[in-house]
Ligand binder design. Structure first.
Ligand SMILES: Cc1ncc(C[n+]2csc(CCOP(=O)(O)OP(=O)(O)O)c2C)c(N)n1
Ligand SMILES: [Mg+2]
Length: 339
């Protein structure tokens, strides 16, 4: 989608301001500090701002970008336009699953023999590279296999080994959790439904339940992994799951923190020379720890955990999956590595 005009900074709260923001002095060096968004020089001073500033650089400078799907509609209806996604040359609004096979056929028809041979050769190279990547990912997943907190790799490997022969659908992952996409074999469009468009915490639990509802009539085994912080936003989703009997296995990636935020605060505090010892204030979820299984039970949902012994994981997964296969939602609280 093309933006038809540039936005002024005052229309967009996250855009770099053209005016200097209050300069702060570095407590150690006594000079203006470096901010997250880089420095702009204002005479002898540079300003500082504690805000995240994104810039947009087209990733593919020479390619023609065609977008097929409903994301364009969403972006046009939303402030997300300001998220500065890649501009596209041709934006086709439609159901990608229905339209893509026809589009692929048309593209294939337009390919001559020489190009076809080149594509086949490239395909073979990509297949070999993919195989090597999966083998490496499997090897990586064995690191810290018996550790507690349980590694995210072990959780993903154990979960997949129990669902791989089912008609599974992964409808949510916690922040930065790319392991399912490295370790699992995704072959159907509904096996992954993407991430939150706006990156809002509190998305994963309710959005996963929506996807689980869509999967229900097809009898698919819906699984999701969501952050503990994410869970804190709309836990009442579980009541909806129980009330409407929507089968879904929801695994809480319990790292006892809004960890993304925790890391960011540590980074900022370190950069400003303030020390990182207070970065846990408001960013960790402890004192008291939350018992997510009890919360689930309170909403009428099967809940188990916290599971922190890696050897207890497989049997707990088995019980929770059995519950989901009987048509009910189930929550499993797993104490895991931060990432
Ligand atoms: C609605 C909303 N509020 C705050 C944020 C800022 N934020 C980004 S990640 C994050 C922490 C999320 O915690 P959790 O879901 O437990 O994931 P973790 O980083 O611990 O893996 C926060 C608060 C956001 N993205 N969206
Ligand atoms: Mg967390």
């Amino acid at each position: 989608m093309r933006r038809d005009r540039q936005f002024r900074a005052d229309e967009f709260p996250l855009a770099p301001s053209v005016e200097p923001v209050v300069p702060r002095l570095d407590p150690v060096a006594g000079r203006p500090s470096r901010g997250n968004g880089g420095q702009r020089h204002l005479g002898s001073l540079s300003d500082f701002h504690d805000r995240i500033v994104r810039t947009s650089e087209p990733r593919y400078k020479t390619a023609k970008i065609v977008m097929l799907g409903t994301r364009g509609l969403y972006m046009k209806a939303n402030y997300q336009d300001l998220g500065r996604y890649q501009d596209v040359d041709l934006d086709i609004s439609g159901d990608a699953e229905a339209s893509l096979p026809i589009l692929i056929e048309q593209v294939k028809r337009g390919i001559d023999e020489g190009r076809k041979a080149a594509f086949d050769a490239r395909g073979k190279k990509l297949a070999a590279a993919k195989l090597a990547t999966v083998e490496q990912a499997k090897l990586d997943a064995t690191i810290g296999w018996d550790a507690s907190p349980i590694t995210t790799a072990r959780l993903c490997a154990e979960l997949y080994s129990q669902i791989k022969d089912e008609d599974w659908s992964l409808v949510g992952t916690s922040i930065g959790l790319a392991r399912p996409h490295r370790l699992w074999n995704f072959t159907k469009p509904y096996q992954w439904n993407g991430l939150a468009g706006g990156g809002g915490v509190g998305y994963t639990l309710p959005a996963s339940l929506g996807a689980a509802l869509a999967n229900k009539r097809h009898g698919r085994l819906t699984v999701a992994i969501g952050g503990d912080g994410d869970f804190m936003f709309v836990p009442s989703t579980l009541w909806t799951a129980a009330h409407h009997q929507i089968p879904m296995l929801y695994i809480v990636h319990n790292n006892r923190a809004y960890h993304q935020e925790y890391m960011y605060l540590q980074a900022m505090a370190a950069r400003l020379g303030r020390g990182i010892t207070n970065a846990d204030i408001g960013t960790t979820i402890k004192d008291p720890l939350v018992d997510y299984a009890t919360v689930a039970k309170g909403f009428g949902v099967y809940g188990e955990g916290p599971v922190s012994d890696p050897n207890a994981l497989a049997p707990a997964l088995k019980r929770a999956i059995a519950m989901v296969k009987s048509g009910q939602p189930a929550l499993l609280d797993v104490v895991m590595d931060q990432r």
